[in-house]
Design a protein around this ligand. Structure first.
Ligand SMILES: Cc1cc2nc3c(=O)[nH]c(=O)nc-3n(C[C@H](O)[C@H](O)[C@H](O)COP(=O)(O)OP(=O)(O)OC[C@H]3O[C@@H](n4cnc5c(N)ncnc54)[C@H](O)[C@@H]3O)c2cc1C
Length: 489
């Protein structure tokens, strides 16, 4: 717990918020506050009703940029910690209210689609628009953002931008950082900055990136404009291969990308991970999944190129219909989250993930070293029911590895994080850093990877630090997120 630095008591903070935005927008219900103190990093203790960190003073439901301005100006003046949130699908502790008497600033009611422009190919939305709602609206008009993270049914545009999220079709459309044209953000003190929507500019450093990926530690994103693309599902081509190992599959991905093909999806699963995802056809082998899309000629040429590359790699073909079917059930809505809660309670079993990125030349070593250390050094290795990885986002120079670990929990729910999740997460992060990769590919640093923020950035860390000092000089934005608490003082 981090002590409050405010001159105001908890009840003073609540009554000041009543005056600022009206009582109807200030939530102080005890259970809602408890639930607002954590995110999915603490999903196991939360499902057991354990909330042992500081409980926020209030949740403020912002209905406009002006509300956000008022709250951030007040919090800055009185040194009250603010935790921004939208869809609440965060997995790395970014929503944890580690400072006493924090304000959770909720943008989920700022949920208007403001403009869809099919000529300049842009959509402008408020931060609380769920991506699924935007996509459904766009697809009805033959358009798409191209963004499709697994959390699409629940995650909202503010959080998706704030975490540098990435979706299943990233090889063609990129991550959210490739999609954002412009945005509006409110800074501590209440200053509003609008970054205008232009196709490109060379007017100094790209200031969009101060907001993209800030995880609520620098500013509150209120509005976002993203690019649009034609949605042509009739041209989608699905390809699947059973291969001998994850490295063999990743080598296929490397060739696809470096030979110049841009399928929307290019994934390779280790045998263990494939057995979980594709139980009905993997047969103990690694699985490669590719989707080609775009105008028909482009999709066909991409699929042909991929087929030619895999002709050189020993494989067995998978029926494309099985791959297409698998995509239909991939996303996580509330139904899957509820089912997971039941499993956690009934079976004391859960799964977590840690995603990192790495150059092509080090993928195999990273995979092997994490598997070895988790099996031999992790004291509770006997409780692991699944340990594997997949590569799901590839680039000219390398790829990501998304490690997946499931385990039976044989301890007090309060200790699950320290006994299981943290040591496994640490092995993945340490190995990625040792091999020159990044410790986080797309979930954000949150609060649980901050022990390695300095090592991640090395001599570039002062560049990151100066952003905090410059944009949040009083340190009120989501303390302990991205920046380790001590270093952010
Ligand atoms: C089942 C599941 C699948 C997932 N799949 C993917 C995936 O495929 N790809 C991927 O990238 N991620 C994935 N995630 C992680 C998560 O969905 C993303 O990080 C997502 O971008 C978070 O959006 P959100 O609206 O839920 O944000 P929240 O959870 O509300 O917040 C996330 C972080 O952003 C900050 N924040 C939120 N809103 C704002 C704002 N308006 N201004 C400033 N800061 C803000 C918060 O303080 C927090 O640090 C998955 C998560 C789950 C649970």
């Amino acid at each position: 717990m981090v002590a409050s630095r405010s001159d105001l008591s908890r009840s003073d903070i609540v009554s000041a918020l009543h005056d600022l935005v009206g009582e109807a927008q200030v939530v102080t219900n005890a259970q809602e506050l408890r639930e607002a103190s954590v995110d999915r990093f603490k999903k196991y203790s939360a499902v057991h009703g354990i909330y042992d960190g500081p409980i926020p003073a209030a949740i403020v439901t912002a209905r406009s940029t002006e509300d956000v301005v008022k709250v951030l100006a007040f919090a800055d003046a009185h040194l009250v910690n603010v935790v921004p949130r939208t869809g609440r699908t965060a997995t790395e502790g970014g929503l944890e209210t580690i400072v006493e008497d924090s304000i959770v600033l909720d943008g989920s009611q700022m949920n208007a689609i403001l403009r869809i422009d099919p000529v300049d190919m842009m959509a402008t939305v408020q931060c609380g628009v769920p991506l699924q709602v935007l996509e459904d609206t766009l697809r009805a008009q033959g358009l798409t953002t191209g963004h499709s993270p697994q959390s699409k049914p629940i995650a909202q545009m503010g959080g998706l931008v704030a975490t540098r999220s990435i979706g299943q079709f990233s090889t063609l459309y990129g991550g959210i950082e490739d999609m954002v044209v412009g945005l509006e953000a409110v800074f501590p003190g209440g200053g509003v900055s609008r970054i205008k929507n232009v196709p490109r500019r060379a007017a100094g450093p790209d200031i969009r990136h101060i907001a993209i990926g800030n995880e609520g530690a620098l500013c509150f994103i209120t509005e976002v404009t993203v690019k649009l693309f034609a949605f042509q599902p009739e041209n989608h081509r699905f390809l699947g291969y059973l291969v001998d190992s994850l490295p063999a599959g990743v080598d296929g991905l490397r060739r696809i990308i470096t030979e110049g093909y841009r399928p929307s999806v290019a994934r390779a699963y280790s045998e263990e991970d494939a057995a979980q995802h594709f139980a009905h056809f993997a047969g103990g082998r690694s699985v490669v999944v590719v989707v080609a899309e775009g105008p028909r000629g482009v999709a066909d040429a991409t699929a042909e190129g991929v087929e030619r590359i895999f002709a050189d790699i020993p494989h067995e073909r998978v029926d494309p219909a099985l791959i297409e079917e698998w995509f239909d059930g991939l996303n996580w809505g509330q139904d899957k989250i509820d089912a997971e809660k039941r499993t956690m309670l009934e079976q004391a079993h859960l799964g977590y993930t840690t995603e990192v990125s790495i150059d092509w030349s080090s993928v195999e070593e990273l995979f092997e070293s994490v598997m070895r250390r988790a099996r031999t050094e992790f004291p509770r290795a006997a409780d692991l029911t699944m340990l594997g990885a997949h590569s799901s986002h590839s680039y000219q120079t390398g790829t990501n590895l998304y490690f997946v670990y499931d385990y039976n929990i044989d301890c007090d729910p309060r200790d699950e994080i320290t006994e299981y999740h943290e040591p496994l997460n640490a092995i993945v992060v340490e190995e990625a850093l040792r091999l020159g990769g990044s410790m986080v590919h797309h979930h954000g640093i949150g609060k649980y990877r901050t022990p390695w923020t300095l090592e991640e950035h090395g001599s570039a860390y002062p560049m990151l630090e100066v952003l905090k000092r410059g944009f949040d000089p009083n340190g009120i934005m989501n303390r302990g997120t991205i920046y380790p608490v001590a270093a952010a003082e």
